[in-house]
Design a protein around this ligand. Structure first.
Ligand code: ATP
Ligand code: MG
Length: 408
C-alpha cells in the first residue's frame, strides 16, 4: 500500500484521558481511535494486525476440530435469568427493546450456545464436537483504563466443547491447551506467556489461564521459571512452591490474562437441560468445556511487550506490513522495488510521501514494521538500498536483487 493512499496519519495530540501505553502508541501511530473509555475503533493498520491474529487463532481452532459459528451480540434477558448469572455478573449491559422486553449485550456466550446445541444433540453418537466464534463482547468494566487490555467492547474468540464423559473432555482440553501454546508462540508472545493455574470453580481443582508478563498487567502471578508455570495469586495465595516441580523459588510478576480455559462440566448443560441418550438408553447431561482468548487484548499485550522508546516492534507474523519502504526523492527506483516485492506476495507499506528523512524514520519506528528498506541517492551511490530490522540497530546496503532474495 502506498502511504499517500492511507487516510490515517500519525497523531501528535493524544486524548487527555488516555493513560495506557498500548492505547497511546496505537492512537499516535493511527492503528486505533478512541471513542470512549474502553471503546476503540480499528483503523486500516490496526485492523490488519487484528485480522492477522484472527487468521492465526482460526487456523489453530480449526486444527483442533472447532467449527466456526457466529452468535448474536443481543440476547433476551431470559437466557441469563435461567442460569442466575444476570444477578451474579455485575458487568452486564442491559437494555430495553421496543417490545417491552429486556435484552442483554452478551458479555460471553455460554447462555446462548447451550440452548443452541440442545437443538442438535440427542444421542451419544452426536458427541463430541466443538464450536467457536470470533465476536464482539460487551462488558461494563469499572476500570477501563488499560487501553485494549480492558475494553468495554472487545473482540473475543470463544470455543465451546461438548462431551459424553469426563475422559473425553479431559483429552480435548489438553489438545486445546497445546493449541493455545502454539497460538501465543505464533503471535510473538511465547517467551513471556506462562500457563497459569487459577481457580477451577466447582468442577475441577484448577482452571488454566495464559498470563503474559508486563508491567501493564493487573494480575499478580507467582512464576516457576524452571517449568514455565504460573500460579495466580488471586486464587491460590497459599501456594508457596511450584505444584509441578516443587521449586520454592517462585518469582512474582505482573501479568495480563490473555486466555482462559475451563472445564465447565454440567454447569450450563443443567439449567438448559442439554442432555444425550447413552448406549443403554439413559439420559445424561452433556459435559462442556469453554476456552477464551481476547484478540484485542492480545494485540494490546503485544504492544506492551514489544516496543522501545521510538514505538512498536511488531512480531513478523502479525505485523500490519512486513516491509516499510521509504523513498527519499527516489520514487522511480523505489517504485520498482515496491512492485517486485508485491509480486513476491510481500506486504509493503510504501512511504512515497513528500516528507523529510527525519519524519519518515520516526514514523517508520513508531508504526513498527519488521523491516525498513530505504532508497535514497546515498544508498544508490553505495550500490543499492539500505535494509534495517526494526528490532536491531545495524543497517546494511544490499542490491535490489539481494533484497528480494533476502526477504523471500
Ligand atoms: P479478567 O480476569 O481479566 O477480567 P476474565 O477472567 O473475566 O478476564 P474471561 O471471561 O475468561 O475473562 O474471558 C476470556 C478472555 O477474554 C480473557 O482471557 C481475556 O483474554 C479476554 N477478556 C476478558 N475481559 C476483557 C476485556 N474487558 N477486554 C479485553 N479482553 C478481555
Ligand atoms: Mg480472569
Amino acid at each position: 500500500m502506498k502511504q499517500t493512499n492511507l487516510f490515517t496519519k500519525t497523531i501528535k495530540e493524544l486524548p487527555k484521558d488516555e493513560q495506557s501505553y498500548n492505547a497511546q502508541v496505537l492512537i499516535r501511530a493511527g492503528f486505533i481511535d478512541k471513542v470512549a473509555a474502553g471503546v476503540y475503533s480499528f483503523l486500516p493498520l490496526g485492523l490488519r494486525v487484528l485480522n492477522n491474529i484472527r487468521r492465526i487463532i482460526t487456523e489453530e481452532m480449526e486444527a483442533v476440530g472447532g467449527q466456526e459459528i457466529s452468535l448474536t451480540a443481543l440476547a433476551p434477558k431470559d437466557l441469563w435469568v435461567r442460569t442466575g448469572r444476570l444477578e451474579t455478573i455485575d458487568i452486564i449491559f442491559r437494555l430495553a427493546g421496543s417490545d417491552q422486553k429486556e435484552y442483554v449485550l452478551n458479555p460471553t456466550h455460554e447462555e446462548e450456545v447451550s440452548p443452541l446445541i440442545k437443538k442438535f444433540v440427542t444421542s451419544y453418537k452426536d458427541l463430541p464436537f466443538s464450536v467457536f466464534q470470533i465476536q464482539t463482547k460487551f462488558r461494563n468494566e469499572k476500570r477501563a483504563k488499560a487501553g485494549l487490555i480492558r475494553g468495554r467492547e472487545f473482540l473475543m474468540k470463544d470455543l465451546y466443547s461438548f462431551h459424553a464423559n469426563q475422559e473425553d473432555l479431559d483429552k480435548y482440553y489438553d489438545n486445546v491447551l497445546e493449541a493455545y501454546h502454539k497460538f501465543y508462540r505464533r503471535v510473538g508472545l511465547g517467551e513471556k506467556t506462562y500457563l497459569t493455574l487459577a481457580d477451577g470453580g466447582s468442577f475441577s481443582k484448577y482452571s488454566h489461564e495464559f498470563q503474559t508478563f508486563t508491567e501493564a498487567g493487573e494480575d499478580i502471578v507467582y512464576c516457576c521459571d524452571a517449568c514455565r508455570l504460573g500460579i495466580n495469586r488471586e486464587i491460590i495465595a497459599n501456594q508457596k512452591t511450584c505444584p509441578n516441580c516443587g521449586n520454592a523459588d517462585l518469582i512474582e510478576r505482573k501479568a495480563v490474562e490473555v486466555g482462559n480455559i475451563f472445564k465447565l462440566g454440567t454447569k450450563f448443560s443443567e439449567p438448559f437441560n442439554l442432555s444425550y441418550r447413552d448406549a443403554q438408553g439413559n439420559e445424561n447431561l452433556v459435559l462442556m468445556g469453554c476456552y477464551g482468548i481476547g484478540l484485542s487484548r492480545v494485540l494490546g499485550a503485544i504492544v506492551e511487550v514489544c516496543h522501545d522508546e521510538q514505538g512498536i516492534i511488531w512480531p513478523a507474523e502479525i505485523a500490519p506490513f512486513k516491509v516499510h519502504l521509504l523513498s527519499l526523492n527516489q520514487d522511480e527506483e523505489a517504485e520498482k522495488i515496491y512492485q517486485s516485492l508485491r509480486a513476491l506476495g510481500c506486504e509493503v507499506l510504501f512511504d512515497n510521501r513528500d516528507k523529510g528523512a527525519g519524519e519518515k524514520f520516526a514514523e517508520a519506528d513508531l508504526i513498527g514494521c519488521p523491516w525498513r528498506v530505504l532508497v535514497s541517492a546515498k544508498t544508490l551511490a553505495a550500490g543499492g538500498v539500505e535494509l534495517k530490522a526494526r528490532s536491531e540497530k545495524d543497517v546494511k546496503i544490499v542490491t535490489p536483487e539481494d533484497l528480494i532474495k533476502y526477504l523471500k
